[in-house]
Design a protein around this ligand. Structure first.
Ligand code: SAM
Length: 185
């Protein structure tokens, strides 16, 4: 009985330690990059997907993919896309991998800093970030994106670049948010 209690306590302690370490690393990452994990609501995801015409074979990215829900919804719209997300916070990335494993949705969320990834092959890019990372991303977009790439950003526009169109999306509990849509030229 004592051995059982000891093993139970040890397992609990190990799990708790791993959980606290993962949580701390995740929070530190969010403080550093200044964007917490806030999932995009379903109705906004629908509006983001309505703004693009997904086709088989396209490479669809979510920069700061969170738990992968935007890509998962994109895959449900068009099975033939390649859905790749980049998520830097380890705890959130693990959530995305577990979610994708359970759903078997074929979404590939990688634990990488999107500022260090080549974006030139992307056909569609989804974003839900804050102003600081968007400021860092915009010059990278100008260097790397090829004409025809679609960028769809929830809530924040790209500074200095005119969107092709903007959609207002009513929120469930009042108010509205915006979806900015760009066609790269
Ligand atoms: C507001 S959440 C959006 C999640 C998801 N795209 C959605 O719409 O539901 C932004 C995510 O971007 C991640 N992130 C911020 N900067 C990043 C970076 N440089 N590289 C990778 N991920 C980053 C954060 O960890 C956070 O989970």
């Amino acid at each position: 009985m004592d051995t059982f209690v000891f093993l139970f306590d040890l397992t609990f302690f190990v799990f708790l330690t791993v959980f606290v370490v993962l949580l701390t690393v995740t929070v530190v990452f969010h403080l550093k990059c200044r964007v917490p994990f806030v999932p995009t609501p379903r109705r906004v995801i629908r509006a983001m997907l309505d703004a693009v015409d997904l086709k088989d074979g396209q490479l669809v990215l979510d920069l700061g993919a969170g738990d992968g829900r935007v890509l998962s919804a994109a895959k449900r719209r068009c099975r033939g896309i390649r859905a790749v997300g980049y998520e830097g916070a380890i705890g959130v990335w693990m959530l995305a991998r577990i979610r994708s494993w359970f759903l078997r949705d074929g979404v590939d969320v990688r634990r990488e800093n999107f500022l260090q990834v080549d974006l030139s092959d992307a056909d569609v890019i989804f974003l839900y970030l804050c102003i600081d990372p968007i400021r860092l991303l915009t010059p990278k977009f100008l260097r790397e994106l090829v004409p025809g790439t679609r960028v769809v950003s929830h809530a924040f526009s790209l500074p200095g670049i005119e969107p092709d169109f903007v959609r207002d999306v009513p929120m469930q509990f009042g108010g509205k948010t915006k979806v900015f849509v760009y066609l790269w030229k």
